[in-house]
Design a protein around this ligand. Structure first.
Ligand code: NAD
Length: 515
């Protein structure tokens, strides 16, 4: 009997014992930094000459690991392995597939701080953010394992006296999993776990800045008893093997989380039917966001200010759900802005191996350049009232930055920056605030701070985002509690961590037998 799902609790780092254990894990991870990781194809470890070098974004001199880089030939080999393994994996008992996820979750739980410490090093996450990433990875495995048990027998349809009808879900085939670096454990593991527990085999291509945590996850799956060939680990260049696998006639589905540009490219390419292809590929694409917190005149202003700060600057604003726009009703605008500036000025930025820093680095040079260029744009479009400076000498550090009095149609209000930058915009009325919040191409998350019931109801109908929150921030969705995914250019609204997510990896079959 499987016990009821409950999300993994977060570690309380104000307790000294937890800090001691985490420090020990950081030391342990330090002892294996610089190791070399192979590709894993059909259970075989393959080393290539060409490597991806994973570097700590907080310290240019610290190499996290070197990882073999798949070529097109190796991607083809992985495809063959996944294609063959599908014939046996699709018939394995769904309960066994779920059990492998439960066991994997248990292994990760036992090594929880080690995984989180690795995320501190490889992604520059602060301790609490790394801990949440690992907890979410555990949650995905626990939740999808249970979801598989819930759907394994299909759904009841009507039968007649001499006719027995069944309706069940079968897996699709080989999936290509393409994951981002910002939740390098949770999203990578969640996308993989969902595909595999549904009976599919996969090629896993993690983001090139965070391939080591994915290599460690492969070890967990192996230890948990996942048969060879079900998950093939093939880090590599997005444009080289990414395009190749997306175009491949044996690819049955692509599960992607990442930027809008790459998501749209995959969606378009996947639509083309290639020689030898006998299906229409399915695409699950979760993309960017331009997420807004609306502050109503009647609300807890202190809560509003704190929600903006934590949603805008947690993990340096590098969350698809991060608050990058604060739309504040004009009568409380000055007060909220002043309080947000005050809290922000006390935030510290540095190498988060040291727990005392609130914010770590941004992920790499390209991110640093992009964010600092938006800060320059912001200086023309608004008033810089906090932060604004960066330093990429040792790591890619950027101060938490606030721009005030930004016009609702400014670039800063419309384009995803994906860094610690938030724009403040004044609204004349609540309707106006909703109008501003909806004025981007995206529709991922949003939050409203309000005590006005009418406004809350109105936002429920009209604030067009996949995840809408009231009287809290707009980040921090929890698996099984807040199924996550967005509207419009935020993607296909494939709600990760939700009750219908697994079905996106399956197809329904009707079976009717006459007696
Ligand atoms: P990215 O699009 O640059 O990369 C994502 C993945 O796509 C990586 O593995 C990359 O190697 C791969 N890739 C690149 N080019 C490819 C190609 N031509 N074909 C196939 N794969 C290719 O995104 P990122 O920088 O890793 O992540 C940040 C973005 O992800 C942000 O836009 C953020 O909003 C979004 N994101 C969305 C969600 C969500 O649930 N909606 C969650 C996390 C991140």
């Amino acid at each position: 009997m499987v016990i009821q799902y409950k999300h993994e609790p977060f570690t309380n780092f104000s307790e000294e014992e937890n800090r001691r254990l985490f420090t020990e894990s950081l030391r342990y991870v330090q002892s294996y930094l610089g190791n070399d990781y192979d590709l894993v194809i059909n259970g075989e470890r393959i080393s290539t000459k060409d490597k991806i070098v994973s570097v700590n974004p907080a310290n240019h001199d610290e190499i996290i690991g070197t990882v073999s880089k798949a070529t097109v030939e190796l991607a083809e080999k992985a495809m063959k392995s996944a294609d063959e393994t599908f014939q046996t994996w699709r018939k394995t008992d769904p309960e066994m597939r779920s059990d492998i996820l439960f066991r994997s979750a248990a292994i990760v739980r036992r090594r929880k701080h080690e995984f989180s410490a690795l995320l501190v090093k490889e992604a520059g996450k602060p301790w609490n953010e790394a801990d949440a990433d690992t907890a979410e990875a555990i949650d995905f495995m626990e939740y999808y394992g249970r979801q598989m048990l819930a759907v394994k027998d299909g759904v009841k349809v009507e039968s007649r006296p001499i006719e027995h009808n069944r309706f069940r879900y079968i897996p699709l085939g080989v999936g290509v999993i393409i994951s981002p670096w910002n939740f390098p454990f949770a999203i990578m593991a969640g996308m993989t776990a969902a595909a595999v527990v549904s009976g599919n085999t996969v090629l896993l291509k993690p983001a090139s800045t965070t391939p080591v945590v994915a290599a460690k996850f492969i070890e967990v799956l192996e230890e948990a008893g996942l048969p060879a060939g079900v998950v093939n680990y093939i880090p590599g260049s997005g444009s080289e093997i990414g395009d190749y696998l997306v175009d491949h006639p044996r690819t049955r589905f692509i599960s992607f989380t990442g930027s809008r540009d790459v998501g749209v490219r995959i969606y378009e390419r996947a639509a083309k039917v290639h020689d030898g292809q006998i299906w229409l590929k399915r695409v699950i694409a979760e993309m960017g966001g331009k997420d807004t917190i609306i502050v109503d005149s009647d609300c807890d202003l202190e809560l509003a200010a704190r929600s903006i700060v934590s949603s805008a600057f947690g993990f340096s604003g590098q969350k698809c759900s991060a608050c990058s726009r604060a739309v504040v009703l004009e009568d409380v605008y000055d007060e909220v802005l002043a309080r947000v500036i005050e809290i922000t000025k006390n935030l510290t930025v540095g190498n988060t191996a040291d727990q005392s820093y609130f914010m770590g680095p941004v992920i790499d040079q390209a991110a640093y350049d992009k964010i600092t260029s938006y800060i320059e744009i912001g200086k023309k479009e608004g008033k810089l009232v906090a932060g604004g400076k960066g330093d990429d000498m040792e790591g890619y550090f950027i101060e938490p930055t606030i721009f005030a009095d930004v016009d609702e149609n400014a670039r800063l209000m419309k384009e995803e920056i994906f860094g610690p930058v938030v724009a403040f915009c004044k609204a004349k009325s609540f309707d106006h605030a909703i109008q501003i919040a909806n004025n981007t191409d995206y529709g991922l998350t949003g939050a409203v701070l309000s005590n006005n019931r009418k406004h809350i109801e109105c936002a429920q109908d009209d604030f067009h985002v996949g995840n809408l929150y009231f009287n809290r921030g707009c980040t921090g969705a929890i698996v099984g509690y807040h199924p996550f995914g967005g509207f419009n250019m935020s993607g296909t609204d494939s709600k990760a961590g939700g009750p219908d997510y697994l079905l996106l990896h399956m197809q329904a079959k009707t079976i009717s037998e006459m007696f």
